[in-house]
Design a protein around this ligand. Structure first.
Ligand SMILES: O=C(O)CCC(=O)C(=O)O
Ligand SMILES: [Fe+2]
Length: 359
């Protein structure tokens, strides 16, 4: 959690804006050739860097003042983090560069195996606080190191993970750095949702898994189409909130918010979504996973064993990138999981299954 007070937070923001201090740690050189894509053995394909012209826009656009929302047990700050034209370019760039998944998994419901199809595209990068990747996104053979010993992680540490953890690619690292600078927090996971149509959604849930620690801070960036973000208090049914999240908006949820409130992006019909425009919406959440089970959980529910989708600009839609090599179920995971292993979090799975049941 940030140790900065609200006053110092605003003071540093105002000072940054007043001095037109660059927002990026290494401001782009306008004449520099575009950065190469980020590559890593754990990626299904190289992930393109953001164009230099876009990095310049990100670097020079100071965010306007944050707004706070006052409700019981709620700590939310939101602001227009990027101007809409910049956010639109970011949306187009990330939609075409990232690998996405349409995850399917099985859960036990009334002791029967039930298949859940996640109603949106997802992807995830990062690793929990016990490990980190050597080097930076310009290195293509980044090794997973132990946070205490700084040596290679024991080979079996992520054996329950559906795939090896993936380092955060350059295009998302840039955004993480900007959000960290703004919030005073640090994050080690970047989760991405792509809502291709108004019927893509996320059911009511809270991101309160034990592996995030108590009172987690979650920063959430919206790019592309406007979608309604609904919130309701877990106990006081009279307490509800509806925000229309627009292109370039950043929402920072803190304190008791996850413990006391649920949130969702409900399905909408195309006609009811007056502000919908074709192309969909990307949501990026920045999180700090403190405990080992976080990694297996996030890769299971956001990548899993199914095929990769990539944006097909000719067809103007997501298209299968890789042939289906294994069934898009988590059978492999269930058989690989060892319930007595601390990597297999029953708390986490239970939390996520609650989310899944309504999807
Ligand atoms: O798309 C959004 O704004 C919310 C996504 C979300 O709640 C999540 O990924 O946990
Ligand atoms: Fe969430």
């Amino acid at each position: 959690m940030s140790k900065r007070t609200i006053t110092s937070f605003f003071a540093s923001r105002l000072a940054d804006t007043a001095s037109k201090k660059p927002r990026l740690d290494s401001p782009p050189d306008a004449d520099a050739p575009p950065s190469p894509p980020t590559t890593h053995p754990s990626y299904p394909h190289p992930i393109a860097a953001l164009p230099t012209s876009l990095l310049t826009l990100l670097d020079t656009s100071p965010p306007p003042a944050p707004h706070t929302i006052t409700k019981p047990d709620l700590s939310i700050t939101h602001y227009h983090f990027f101007p809409p034209p910049t956010a639109r370019q970011l949306f187009l760039s990330l939609r075409s560069s990232l690998p996405f998944y349409r995850v399917t998994y099985t859960i036990k419901r009334d002791s029967l195996d039930t298949t859940v199809r996640t109603p949106r595209y997802t992807t995830v990068f990062g690793v929990d606080a016990n490990s980190y990747f050597s080097g930076d996104s310009s290195h293509d053979a980044r090794a997973l190191l132990d946070s205490k010993t700084h040596k290679a992680v024991p080979g079996d540490r992520y054996r329950n993970c559906v795939c090896p953890p993936r380092p955060i690619p350059g295009c998302l690292e840039v955004l993480k750095n900007l959000v960290e600078r703004e919030t005073g927090e640090t994050f080690n996971f970047v989760l991405v949702n792509y809502y291709a149509s108004p019927s893509d959604s996320i059911a009511y849930h809270s991101d309160d898994e034990a592996f995030l620690g108590p009172n987690p801070t979650i920063a959430s960036l919206s790019l592309g189409a406007t979608r309604d973000f609904l919130m309701k208090h877990k106990e006081d049914k009279a307490q509800t909130l509806k925000l229309a999240l627009t292109n370039g908006e950043l929402l920072v949820m803190k304190g008791a918010t996850q413990r006391k409130w649920l949130h969702s992006i409900p399905k909408r019909t195309a006609t009811a979504t007056g502000t919908w425009h074709s192309g969909g919406r990307i949501n990026i959440t920045f999180r700090n996973g403190r405990m080992l089970p976080c990694t297996a959980n996030y890769y299971r529910y956001n990548v899993n064993t199914g095929p990769v989708y990539r944006w097909d600009s000719a067809r103007d839609e997501m298209a299968l990138h890789s042939p289906l090599t294994s069934a898009n179920t988590d059978t492999a995971v269930s058989t690989a999981s060892n319930p007595t292993d601390p990597n297999t979090s029953t708390i986490a799975s239970t939390d996520k299954c609650k989310k899944a049941e309504a999807e």
